[in-house]
Design a binder for this molecule. Sequence first.
Ligand code: GAR
Length: 224
Amino acid sequence: MARPLALGVLLSGGGTNLQALIDAIAARALDARIGVVVSNQAAAGGLARARTHGIPSVVVPHGDFPSRAAFDTRLVEVLHAHGVELVVLAGFMRLVTPVLLGAFPARVLNIHPALLPSFPGLHAERQALEHGARVTGVTVHFVDEHADHGPIILQIAVPILPDDDEERLHLRIQRQEHRAYAQAIQWIAEGRIRIDGRHVLVDGAPIDADATLASPGVSQRTSS
Ligand code: GAR
């Protein structure tokens, strides 16, 4: 069997996506190991999750560095020191620079709580609610120099309900994030992903051409 893919998880917050990866690895649904968890926030809840599971964790406070590039140089040192092969941003609220992207070409992933390119940036759920969108969701994508922008690997749509507030919508999106991230990383671990410009090809992944999500539901039938 191939050796597990070594992940470096970067986060700034509570780390439920980190936890989902830990759980997927434990359940043998993800052939990976987490080499290190890195946070720019000393108080990030994700660091405690790492410690609980015996995963090395490192705090790199961004305020200690004179530039984004200097901060990323330190991140790269930490990731290399822990043998990381794939960098996984999981609620990491910093823009990455060519320093990190150059050290891990096509090997940096992000997850975002919206169907990109809709609602990039902060408070994606709030943006979707304020816009009056009926459907939003989750995007897993490769990272480039622009926020929430690189080639898309996987999206899952989530309906917005009439009585949703930000928290309720966030919790439903989060459940789908936890499925989506482990799946996308497993495809990479299996060597099934190829990038062609903005397009990501996933070898052998099924797509239901007739699947739809209407919100509100639609009773009309198609004529064909
Ligand atoms: C997740 O919802 C993730 O999609 C979002 O931060 C949250 C982190 O949650 N990331 C972004 O908005 C990136 N633009 P977690 O700490 O519980 O994993």
